[in-house]
Write a protein that binds this ligand. Structure first.
Ligand SMILES: NC(=O)c1ccc[n+]([C@@H]2O[C@H](COP(=O)([O-])OP(=O)(O)OC[C@H]3O[C@@H](n4cnc5c(N)ncnc54)[C@H](O)[C@@H]3O)[C@@H](O)[C@H]2O)c1
Length: 336
């Protein structure tokens, strides 16, 4: 029996595949490289010394995707494949609705047809909208401020509807906070196309000399230094969260929802300072106007994942920055 990983060549997917292979799981990856590079697959093999099956398939193409279900005995699915740029989703909403929703519907439909019962879904802290207090627990009200977030919320609703009527359907909705860092080998890491949307790759590209300076969006938020506060989580901790979620699904748990964060809120300037310490490089920055749609603060209460999955983030800010820097300095142009 195999685990199908959609989007397994991407940032979080590749790190999760490494953890699953290290746990001797049998893996199949589906990716269309719309936001990743096939070199990441070679690097996974280099790290783990293990083989896996790969299909270059677009998940919105149900016919092609069905071949993967036909040719394999799939036990569980971890569904990472999606577009994820919040800003772009505002300008190209249809692109996001088509890719993120259609991919998921195709997979769910094929799961039904081929009687696959376990599904892990990549959701996001963005489904909490602008939270009214902190830390955020899983029972907070849900809302979104952009089309990307709307796709995550819609899919959560679809999964809840299915779980209501199919008691044999096991689904883990994992709400990630802000994934950063890289595998300790420095062989895989975050490799955004073009100018990064997220803070950490932006900082690391300034440090390595690819970008001139960091624009810090907003210096007048009601936070300890005026810049936005987020819950950064090491991508390897996040990957291990998926291994634990899979174990949970195998107990026939039905639908479960977990926040995956550290519970620590760090500001943009905290991150700049920590990165400068880890890399011994200066990170030039300037404070500019707030960015529309950004919330001042966001951090998780992950007690539920700790209690029910036995999962807790173990890497701190120092490792997040050191591992990012190792990846970035060894691969100044990412996988290219
Ligand atoms: N990175 C974050 O900050 C973050 C935060 C919360 C949630 N998420 C979610 O986690 C998941 C993984 O994120 P990531 O950071 O690894 O992103 P990523 O872009 O690095 O990985 C996504 C992968 O999916 C592939 N893909 C996209 N559409 C596809 C399709 N139609 N068919 C086949 N492959 C397709 C891309 O080529 C890429 O390899 C996404 O669903 C994302 O929305 C990410």
């Amino acid at each position: 029996m195999s685990i199908l990983i959609t989007g397994g060549s991407g940032y979080i997917g590749s790190h999760t595949v490494v953890e699953l292979l290290s746990n001797n799981e049998d893996i199949i990856i589906v990716d269309n490289f719309s936001n990743s590079n096939k070199v990441s697959l070679d690097r996974i093999k280099q790290i783990t010394n293990k083989e896996f099956k790969f299909y270059n398939v677009d998940c919105t193409d149900e016919k092609e995707l069905e071949k993967v279900f036909k040719e394999n005995n799939i036990e569980s699915i971890i569904h990472f494949a999606a577009y994820k740029a919040v800003g772009e989703s505002v300008y190209e909403p249809l692109k996001y609705y088509i890719n993120n929703i259609n991919s998921t519907l195709n997979i769910l439909n094929l799961m039904k047809k081929y009687d696959v019962k376990n599904f892990v879904f990549s959701s996001s802290a963005t489904v909490y909208g602008n939270p009214h207090k902190f830390p955020i627990t899983e029972d907070f009200p849900l809302s979104t401020t952009n089309p990307y977030g709307a796709t995550k919320l819609m899919i959560e609703d679809i999964l809840k509807d299915i779980a209501k009527v199919d008691k044999s359907f096991n689904v883990a909705i994992l709400r990630y906070f802000n994934p950063v860092g890289a595998h300790i080998s420095g062989l895989i890491g975050e490799d955004p196309n073009g100018i990064p949307n997220n803070l950490m790759p932006y900082i690391s590209q300034v440090a390595v000399g690819n970008l001139e300076k960091l624009n810090v969006f907003g210096g007048d938020y009601d936070t300890h230094d005026g810049t936005g506060v987020r819950d950064y989580i090491h991508v390897v901790d996040l990957a291990i969260g998926h291994v634990k979620a899979l174990e949970k699904l195998r107990t026939n748990c039905g639908l479960v929802i977990y926040n995956l964060g550290t519970g620590n809120g760090y500001s943009v300037l905290d991150m700049v300072k920590a990165f400068e310490d880890a890399s011994a490089k200066k990170v030039n920055y300037q404070i500019v106007a707030r960015r529309e749609g950004d919330v001042p603060m966001c951090y998780a209460d992950s007690t539920k994942a700790n209690k029910e999955l036995g999962w807790k983030a173990k890497f701190g800010l120092k490792e997040m920055c050191e591992d990012t820097w190792r990846w970035q300095s060894k691969n100044p142009n990412g996988y290219r």
